[in-house]
Ligand binder design. Structure first.
Ligand code: DGJ
Length: 566
């Protein structure tokens, strides 16, 4: 980034022809490493100088092998993804200490390019789902050199101690070697756009490490910088965190360790780096059991909701704490979106179920500024097939939920959508129980979205059987919008506030074009009017179109016009 700023300054001083200057500027931008950018309250991942929306798909844990990759690429293509999230296994790349084998990484990168896909690499290192299952054998078999966590009875767990310098040094060395290698093969191409460091870290089986070495740290003063950042009471962990001391200690130890791994990797090749989260799902409240237990229901010390502040303070090198979402509870999804969208944390969902929930969650996240989304396990899933009454498998009917539809809609206009997202001009509406009609309050008008068909005049919209209605509205100009959706109609009205201020006003459609973006340029295929616009824009059935609609306002009553016609 620094390099780019210097080059731009030098460029300005050369006093070139404006076109030459702009060409060179574009070349400099497109050669810049993928990075995150923030504009006001919105973030974007910038790839080749342009905002990029990650339409991702994560392959299964054991799929990043030569024999399995063909199925992974086909699955990604079938769902119209632009990015594959693929694991890189520590045990495979460093089978003996210091001897690296990057053959799987090379294959991933080469084949992703052949399929015109980007990659997010998932570093399965010290942690995988709160355990250590991907550390190499030479580490697993030598717990004296590479210590495990111990529970409060001294049992050695299948979790590496985050309080061990030997463990940290080993992971740092391997991850740095990986990033050095990625730079050597990809710095000019940017196939790899982001890296997940570790996987759902934290410890399963104990609230924290109780080994003697860890206990000594636990009884010592909380590190001074960290205590200052969080305005903690001076003293040891118990003094600073009271009843939450065990989990806070685990969170600090884990975050600090991973922050160091990230820094070692970024020193080689500073791609954006994030940590995914197995967050704390609410328990079904029993009396006296109103919160889940760390180390039992979720890996203790990971970047869960209650630990975000600790992670941000202990590991500033980590760019994003990114929740994995596995639930059909939409209220919980909204709460997780609210918790992880913060001024210091771009919203990114690296995993969610590849099922009927995917579409509505994706739309909701997009309307809340997400830089990307990715269902998990794409290479083993089938698109829905629905038997007809004779038991014959037919293609999916209009109202079924086909995960591929979501990315199909955004794949071609991805660059426009990503740009609008960064500018905060993207809005979505997602159907919910009892909310088959919703208003999106745009700065210049309201979009009224009604879910489910038919929508006879004068009736409340019926909604859809599985709540899959969703719509997107992007503001292109003061009264110009890009609109689409699934089982939804969208119409525009003046907002109640506008009407109150200027009651003598009405809004009309000037033109509604159905079309598509080709190489970033809008191409209209037809003008919609009559039944296609009189009751709003209708998005029924699979493969909905994009519609670009231009509205205008005019007075309800204009004395001068009235007179001129007399
Ligand atoms: C979350 C993990 O991060 C993934 O690697 C995978 O194990 C899924 N759970 C399986 O549901």
């Amino acid at each position: 980034m620094k390099k780019f700023i210097l080059s731009a300054v030098v460029l300005a001083s050369l006093q070139l022809h404006p076109q030459a200057q702009s060409d060179i500027q574009t070349a400099i931008q497109s050669s810049s490493i993928p990075h995150l950018e923030k504009r006001d309250t919105h973030f974007s991942l910038i790839v080749d100088g342009k905002p990029f929306l990650v339409l991702g798909g994560q392959i299964n844990n054991s799929s990043a092998w030569p024999a399995n990759l063909p199925a992974a690429w086909s699955a990604a293509e079938a769902m119209h993804a632009n990015t594959v999230e693929a694991p890189v296994y520590w045990e495979q790349i460093e089978p003996s200490k210091g001897a690296f084998n990057f053959s799987n990484v090379d294959l991933l990168v080469t084949q992703a390019r052949e399929h015109r896909l980007h990659l997010v690499l998932l570093w399965f290192g010290t942690w995988k789902n709160g355990q250590n299952h991907y550390v190499p054998e030479w580490i697993k078999t030598d717990p004296r050199t590479y210590p495990r966590e111990e529970n409060d009875h001294g049992k050695l767990l299948d979790v590496m101690s985050p309080n061990s310098a030997a463990n940290l040094d080993a992971d740092k060395a391997a991850f740095a070697a990986l990033m050095r290698h990625v730079k050597s093969i990809d710095a000019a191409n940017h196939t790899v756009i982001m890296v997940q460091v570790e996987n759902e870290s934290g410890s399963v089986g104990s609230v924290r490490d109780f080994s003697p070495a860890a206990q000594k740290l636990f009884d010592s003063p909380v590190p001074a910088d960290f205590a200052r950042t969080l305005h903690l009471r001076p003293g040891n962990w118990t003094a600073a965190f009271g009843p939450d001391a065990d989990e806070a200690f685990a969170a600090y130890s884990t975050a600090h360790y991973i922050g160091e791994v990230v820094s070692a990797g970024k020193a080689e090749y500073p791609l954006p780096m994030y940590c995914n989260v197995w967050f704390a799902y609410p328990v079904h409240a029993l009396e006296n059991r109103d919160r889940p237990s760390a180390g039992q229901e979720y890996p203790s010390g990971g970047p869960q909701q209650a630990n975000i502040a600790i992670w941000k303070a202990a590991a500033p090198s980590i760019d994003i704490l990114a929740p994995d979402f596995y639930s059909d509870d939409f209220t919980l999804f909204r709460a997780i979106v609210a918790t992880y969208s913060r001024p210091d944390n771009p919203l990114f969902f690296p995993e969610c179920r590849f099922d009927a929930t995917f579409g509505r969650y994706f739309f909701y996240a997009l309307g809340h500024g997400a830089i990307g989304f990715s269902p998990f396990g794409i290479d083993h899933e089938q698109l829905p097939e629905v038997p007809n009454p004779q038991g014959i498998i037919a293609s999916a009917p209009a109202t079924s939920v086909n995960p591929a539809e979501n990315y199909a809609l955004f794949h071609a206009p991805e660059a426009q959508i990503a740009q609008l997202n960064l500018e905060g001009k993207l809005y979505t509406a997602v159907e919910d129980k009892g909310a088959a009609r919703q208003s999106i309050h745009l700065p210049t008008a309201d979009a009224v979205v009604s879910f489910g068909f038919p929508q006879p005049d004068g009736t409340y919209p019926p909604g859809t059987p599985n709540l899959h209605g969703r719509a997107v509205v992007a503001q292109l100009g003061p009264l110009e919008f890009l609109v689409s959706g699934f089982d939804a109609s969208v119409s525009f009205t003046l907002s109640a506030a506008d009407l109150q201020q200027q009651p003598n006003q009405q809004i009309e459609i000037l033109r509604a074009e159905e079309g598509r973006y080709v190489d970033g340029v809008w191409q209209a295929t037809r003008i919609l009017n009559g039944d296609q616009t009189d009751r709003g824009l209708n998005f029924r059935g699979p493969n909905p179109p994009l519609v670009r609609i231009l509205l205008h306002t005019l007075p309800l009553y204009d004395e001068a016009v009235h007179r001129s016609t007399q």
